[in-house]
Ligand binder design. Sequence first.
Ligand SMILES: Cc1ncc(COP(=O)(O)O)c(C=O)c1O
Length: 486
Amino acid sequence: VDLHVSLEGRRDLAGQIYGQVRDAILDGRLRLGQALPPSRELASRLAVSRNTVGVAYDRLAAEGYISGRVGAGTFVSARLHREPEPAEGHRSAPRPHARWDAVPDPVGLPATVAEFDFRAGVPDARLFPFQTWRRLMADELRASAVHTAAYADPAGHQRLRAAIARHVGVARAVRAADCDVLITNGTQQGLDLAARVLVGPGDPVAVEDPGYPPAVMVFRSHGARVHGVPVDAHGLVVDAIPDGVRAVYVSPSHQFPLGVAMSLDRRMALLAWARERDAVILEDDYDSEFRFAGRPIEPLHSLDRDGRVLYFGSFSKVMLPTLRLGFCIAPPSLYPALRKAKFVADWHTALPAQAALARFVDDGTLARHVRRMRSVYQARHDLISALLTTELGDWFEPVPSPAGLHLSALHRSAPSLSAPSLSASGWEDTDAIALRARANGVEVVPLARFAVDGPPRSGLVFGYGMVPVERIPEGLARLRACLTGR
Ligand SMILES: Cc1ncc(COP(=O)(O)O)c(C=O)c1O
């Protein structure tokens, strides 16, 4: 055989040949009884002395890997014990369960960070109060604070649960007691726990279309049949939820990715739907702390009178996504199972971070940070909306968006939000625009990427967590240049 051996440097050449032939035998590239190259031939191919190859072969023979027959050559040793080989056609590497085929790879970070990074959903880390957080974390890592190395309650740190119950009561009018709050590693884990508790293989689950891909991935990973339900200017179109659905995921305060707020009528219709069908609503309230306009509409959780809403909150937007801290507020009928699911998943969220967060919330730092960031993000939101109308108005129409860290703009070729999205026309253009923009140092995400079942809408999503207000005009001017070809 033409055995591949590659030598590095000039040290221990015999050892290198020995090691590579042995590996080839052990991992099955060289089979039982197969002939090795004659030592003279291998020596000349590798430009080493025949003696060097001889030393390697002698060692392999002494250890039983190979044996020689006079006049016949050297062979992989018959004496070597190997597992019987599986019959041809039955050999395959271990495979995940087929339901994982429906889950795409998580989006990785782009290889390079764009000069103008308008990706959605990322807060401005430069303005985070790192010094305070460092001090709180350091305090929690003292022996006197840690007390014990025993595992903790899966539901979460008692003081943090109480702090969150107070915080959502004041900030979001969500009525909850400490015992309703379960601490999670971000909303992502909260959704996974909910799916473990509520969803079985083949169960239908409804999500908004366009919608939040990581939520779709969670439900598919549990074998659910995911149905995209259209979103219009008032939020999820409740009448379009398919029969048989018993769980629906929504982001009513600031729909992801379109940015609309669900109207009060729709909220009431969704709650009535859930009551009639014995269904559960998963309410994702991920960034509504940054609210700029209009009177806030009460969360579904506050309007719910039947204990049908699971409310998910996250510290990824108001603090940092890398901390992986979030929570879920659950009705008593679901709470014990969710707590069990949390235990099964990872026992509990890291305790020092929970304790530090409890103090961050209690001493008012979180509220101060949110107030400060709200005005920072509002300035960015207002400027992008204005420039989209004045400078990019020939191509795009911003979707009015009262809150959060991103806004969407529909391409002029797309049907307006008050019309159902019946055609898929034009969305390929926005993909091409996003590619040209990236080459010009501007990262924007096409709306079409968030389509679930329905035809993709043509538009772009503008996140403003990572672009300071003074850099927005140049970022959008560069985008405009990609549209005009200048
Ligand atoms: C719709 C939506 N929900 C939730 C989150 C936050 O998820 P997590 O708390 O897992 O970071 C995001 C973050 O981008 C989001 O866009």
